[in-house]
Each structure stands twice: as structure tokens, then as C-alpha cells.
Design a protein around this ligand. Structure first.
Ligand code: PLP
Length: 377
């Protein structure tokens, strides 16, 4: 097995893996499971310091993005799709599938969304039911100021759907001072549970918008509204993946015990990684807005992404990520979120990257592991 230092999924701690092997009750019928699910959702709200209601859906992070669009979009609705990255752009597909009319707001992929520019755009056109925005757009690693963007949208009565699948639990997000109507998270990123679950934090306003629709939600599995009264009714729309949820709960307990230090550790590790890579003469993809959960570097001239990934796997047993869509072949990515965001793991990854590049004939102008460790000290 490779050590995975990818941009999610991450490594999974032993107590999370063990929790997934606990005995299973019938999650459709046992009232104790409804209590456990509800308590876990309440802890998810507490972990992000928000009163918005959390829900756990049985399906990978992408399900949350689709469920948000399925539940809010009615045929003909204009939806603003904020696109400064590949996941940002991808929301347009979900809007279209459910009959909405996506309006793209596209800006430079190497920098965060510029607030003044989007302000000027909205001054001219603000007839949108909701907007979509990505907190950490993982293919480039860019971080957007979602709190400020959501407040700006709210000033026009536009709801916000925010994808922080690769942000939350590693990158701070002030949900309480934001106007995020549906926030999307996934089990396998900074929370470091295995893949399989979506987490959503839903505002009262979003539930009201779903309840006030003129047309029914055109999905069953991606219908958020069905979950609203699950506890009162003691009924889930489908059988909950109980073992995934016990694993997630343990990962959440781990997070809450260490919350004080987690964001700071992500920040330190990420800053040191950027410093080491830059000192080594490598070029970061972004110009600004670097996330603390993933670092994205351009593939140096003279080698391919495949050669780098294969070299690291074969010689060092470490797996990092390439990329896809418009960044396919152009960048490689080191994930340092959740369980991966420890100095030893990132140091080992940088040493392996250096060895791999040098073997491929690319000069690295410092010892990146030493610079990394020095930056942490
Ligand atoms: C990982 C990720 C998702 C979810 O994608 P999956 O294929 O379900 O893992 C959504 N948005 C972002 C920004 C992500 O990084």
C-alpha cells in the first residue's frame, strides 16, 4: 500500500478504522441510531460553530454538490456560478441538469475571486436565486473569501451554496459570520475519514426555499428536504451507512479534541512546504490565495507529471496527485490536509519529490526537506 499524500482522500487514523468495525444495529428501525445520527449532526454544527443544521448523506462529496443544486434549482432559475477553478466551473453542470440557467462569473484561476470585481458585476446583474462558490478549489489549491462573498450575495438576497469539501476541518471558515445557505463537506478530506459520506450544513432560509418551491425536487436521492423532519418522523429516506457514520463520528471526535491546534498546524506545514518548494526552484501554480490543505506546483519543463508520480510511487512508495481538466498534465499536488498535515509526513514527501526530480535530471537548488524543517523550527 502506498502512503497517500494526495489531495484527498487522506490517510485514516487507526481509531477511525476500528470504529467502522463496531457491531451494527438496524439504522432504519433502531431509535438509538436516530439519536446517534442526530447527536453526530449536532456535533458537526458545533465543530464549525454554526447554528445551521448539519446532515450526513450516504454518498461521496459530489453528492452534496448535486443535492444542493437539485434541492434549490427550479426550471428556469438563474444561478450565478462563480468560476475561478475546476470545481467552481463544474457547478454549472449540476445547475443545468436540474433545469436551471447557469450564468458564469469567470475569473483568473491563479488568484482568489476579487471582491471589488464581483461587487461591480453584481451591481449590474443580481437577479439570481442562488450562487455557487468553492472555498478551496483543490485542482489549483486556491482559497476564496467565502464569508465576504456570501455576505455580498446576501445583500442582494442571493443565497449561497459553498463547496468546502477540501477546506473545512483544515482551513478555517467562519460560518457564523457568513451567509452560507448550504455548505458542502466530504468525509475523506481534512476530516480524514474514508470516502463515502457527504456533510451538509443547511440554513433555515434554504429549507424554506425548498419547501416553497412551485415544482417538486427532481430527485429522490439528492433531495435535502426529505431529511428535514427525519427525527420527528423517525424515518430516513434510505438506509443509512451506519459503519461509515461511526467512522465519521470518531474522526469528528478526534478533530474536536485537537481543534485548538489543528488550523495552526495546517497553516505552519503549508507555509513551510511552499517555502521549501520555492527555495528548491520549483514554481507554485498560484500567484496568491494559497490553501493550507493542498499545495500545487507546476510540472517542471523536461519532465511529465506521470514521470514524477511514478517515480515517487516506485522509489518511495508515496502517492501524490496529478490533475485533470484544464490542469491535466500541468501540475502535481501534495495534499497536506487532516491526517496528512504532520511535519514528518510532508518532510518525507518533499525528500521523495527531490529524489525523484533529481533522478529525472531536474536540478533542485536546495535540500527541500532541510528548508522545510528549518521553516517549522
Ligand atoms: C474532493 C472534492 C469534492 C468531492 O469530490 P469526490 O469526487 O466526491 O471526492 C468536491 N469539491 C472539491 C473542491 C473537492 O476537493
Amino acid at each position: 500500500m502506498y502512503k497517500i499524500m494526495t489531495a484527498g482522500p487522506t490517510q485514516v487514523r487507526e481509531n477511525v478504522r476500528m470504529a467502522r468495525s463496531l457491531p451494527c444495529t438496524n439504522p432504519d428501525l433502531d431509535p438509538a441510531f436516530f439519536d446517534y445520527y442526530k447527536e453526530t449532526c449536532q456535533l458537526l454544527s458545533e465543530a464549525l460553530h454554526t447554528k445551521n443544521r448539519a446532515l450526513i448523506l450516504g454518498g461521496e462529496g459530489i453528492l452534496g454538490l448535486e443535492a444542493a443544486c437539485a434541492s434549490l434549482t427550479e426550471p428556469g432559475d438563474r444561478v450565478l456560478v462563480i468560476d475561478n477553478g475546476i470545481f467552481g466551473k463544474g457547478f454549472a453542470d449540476f445547475v443545468k441538469i436540474y433545469g436551471g440557467q447557469p450564468v458564469m462569473y469567470t475569473s483568473d484561476y491563479r488568484n482568489p475571486v476579487n471582491l471589488e470585481e464581483i461587487k461591480a458585476f453584481l451591481a449590474n446583474d443580481h437577479d439570481f436565486k442562488y450562487a455557487t462558490v468553492v472555498h478551496c478549489d483543490t485542482p489549483s489549491g486556491v482559497i476564496n473569501d467565502v464569508p465576504a462573498i456570501s455576505r455580498l450575495l446576501d445583500s442582494y438576497g442571493i443565497m449561497t451554496v459553498a463547496d468546502s469539501v477540501a477546506g473545512i476541518f483544515g482551513e478555517p471558515l467562519d460560518v457564523a459570520n457568513s451567509k452560507i445557505d448550504i455548505l458542502c463537506g466530504g468525509s475523506q478530506k481534512a476530516l480524514s475519514a474514508p470516502p463515502g459520506l457527504t456533510m451538509l450544513w443547511v440554513s433555515d432560509r434554504a429549507f424554506e426555499a425548498m419547501a416553497d418551491r412551485k415544482t417538486p425536487i427532481a430527485s429522490f436521492y439528492a433531495n435535502i428536504l426529505i431529511f428535514r423532519d427525519y427525527y420527528e418522523k423517525q424515518e430516513f429516506p434510505y438506509t443509512m451507512p451506519i459503519s461509515d457514520i461511526t467512522g465519521l463520528r470518531t474522526a469528528l471526535d478526534n478533530f474536536m479534541k485537537e481543534e485548538e491546534t489543528i488550523y495552526e498546524r495546517h497553516g505552519r506545514v503549508a507555509a513551510a512546504a511552499r517555502k521549501a518548494l520555492t527555495a528548491g526552484g520549483l514554481k507554485l501554480y498560484l500567484e496568491s490565495g494559497y490553501s493550507n490543505t493542498v499545495t500545487v506546483l507546476e510540472v517542471p519543463e523536461g519532465v511529465t507529471d506521470k514521470q514524477i508520480l511514478e517515480g515517487m510511487e516506485k522509489d518511495y512508495n508515496i502517492m501524490i496527485s496529478g490533475c485533470f481538466d484544464v490542469l491535466a498534465g500541468k501540475v502535481v499536488r501534495i495534499g497536506h490536509m487532516g491526517e496528512n498535515a504532520y511535519p514528518e509526513k510532508v518532510a518525507e514527501t518533499l525528500a521523495a519529490l527531490q529524489g525523484t526530480l533529481e533522478k529525472l535530471g531536474i536540478a533542485v537548488s536546495c535540500n527541500m526537506e532541510d528548508v522545510f524543517n528549518g521553516a517549522l523550527a
